[in-house]
Design a protein around this ligand. Structure first.
Ligand SMILES: *Cc1c(COP(=O)(O)O)cnc(C)c1O
Length: 416
């Protein structure tokens, strides 16, 4: 079933060696976009929905006030880190290097504050509108009231998570008044579970990996008509919430004076777990920059699920354990053994490639970034910066720092 020419790279993957895979199914934007059922209109609608909620978010999360209730992160240059990478990996980087700081996102400090919060808000809006409690042209800050909290308290939201998705969905849902159930895989860090419990979220722990936690959550929700399950393996809404970031990024690139075109393409490196986050961002960026953007996904050597799904063409039908890998990594946010089939199939022709990174290199980069730029990230997020060691093409190279602005100091020291 697996094409023979992929055999050498498969052997390396199975030996947990680092690999760099250029996607042979990659196509031009006009070809690759053809069979995708989601459109630019869907992304724009998601952007408008977030705008409608901005007055509410501004009211209940004071940290969003400075951005007027928009949940957005800075885009910055990291010249000192660039030098450190050159030295450490003995390369010379002749292009621009930018860091997208999603670890600074308000409310939950990771890329999950995009998709996760968006899907909760969409569900809340639909419920309120269908019960004639809300109109789209209202000032949504009225949601911050006993009336709405009582209304939402009849409903439940559930999700499976390695930690960060649970944080974003748990915090947002609890704020609105929903009852929340977060099914956590064994990778989930204790401090993330503690924080959620503090906020009144029911945390259910599994001694199993992420796919199992999702499965259990899905099962629980099926038997309860008042429970809405946010399905990280299949959700269009999560995907669209992530995609909105592209439109805002374009403005930020403009503000920094970068013009993206054929001579000056954009390379984007995205840490990948199940695929929704990097997939949604890629979709948005492709709609905007078409063939002038190339998106690469980054996975730990022990959890290369999207790579295996794309490479074999079997998507969600394969998991890393099928290839003898243990799915154990310091990058808890990426510890996913089975990829989203929805993302893999949707973006089969638009993802430029996938590379893997060892835990050692994740921690080396974590330390370098803290030392050179005083930016502290969780290990998962560093997978993006490794991308710049893979490519020396002219253009703007952007590493997406996906989390986490909330790691407690003692945990950070242990990574050091
Ligand atoms: C979840 C997560 C990702 C990847 O997102 P997926 O949707 O799981 O692919 C990357 N980095 C961090 C820090 C995350 O929490």
């Amino acid at each position: 079933m697996i094409v023979m020419k992929e055999k050498p790279i498969l052997e390396k993957i199975m030996n947990t060696e680092e690999v760099f895979w250029e996607n042979p199914h990659y196509k031009s934007f006009n070809e690759g976009i053809k069979k995708i059922h989601l459109t630019e209109k869907d992304v724009k609608e998601a952007g408008l929905r977030l705008k409608r909620f901005a007055p509410y978010l501004k009211k209940v999360f004071p940290e969003t006030r400075k951005d007027n209730g928009m949940i957005e992160s800075p885009l910055i240059k990291i010249p000192h880190m660039k030098k450190a990478i050159e030295k450490r990996y003995n390369i010379s980087i002749n292009h621009q290097l930018l860091l997208k700081c999603d670890h600074k996102l308000a409310i939950s400090g990771s890329i999950k504050a995009r998709g996760g919060i968006y899907e909760v808000l969409k569900h809340a809006e639909e419920l309120a509108i269908s019960h004639k409690l809300l109109e789209k042209n209202a000032d949504y800050s009225i949601l911050d009231s006993e009336k709405f909290k009582n209304f939402y308290s009849q409903y439940k939201i559930a999700v499976g998570s390695t930690g960060n998705l649970g944080l974003s969905i748990g915090i947002m849902s609890a704020k609105l008044g929903f009852k929340v159930y977060v099914h956590m895989s064994s990778d989930a860090k204790k401090w993330k579970k503690d924080l959620l419990r503090q906020k009144g979220v029911t945390v259910i722990e599994y001694d199993a990996d992420y796919s199992e936690a999702v499965k259990e959550g899905r099962k629980q929700a099926k038997s309860d008509p008042f429970m809405y399950f946010i399905d990280d393996e299949n959700s269009n809404d999560l995907f669209l919430g992530y995609a909105v970031s592209a439109y805002r990024l374009k403005e930020q690139l403009n503000d920094l004076g970068f013009k993206i075109d054929q001579q000056n393409p954009l390379y984007v490196y995205l840490p990948c777990g199940v695929g929704g986050g990097p997939g949604g961002v890629t979709f948005g960026l492709k709609l905007l920059f078409k063939d002038h953007v190339k998106c690469y996904f980054a996975e730990p050597t022990h959890s290369p699920c999207m790579l295996l799904g794309l490479l074999t063409g079997l998507h969600q039908k394969v998991c890393v354990q099928d290839f003898g890998l243990d799915n154990q990594t310091v990058a808890d946010g990426l510890a996913v053994g089975r990829p989203s089939g929805f993302v893999g199939k949707t973006l089969n022709h638009l993802i430029s490639g996938v590379y893997t990174i060892s835990d050692d290199n994740l921690l080396i980069l974590l330390k370098e970034l803290a030392n050179t730029e005083n930016i502290k990230l969780e290990p998962s997020a560093l997978a993006s910066l490794y991308g710049v060691t893979k490519h020396q093409q002219r253009g703007v190279h952007l590493a997406w720092a996906t989390g986490d602005g909330m790691v407690p100091d003692d945990i950070m020291s242990s990574y050091f």
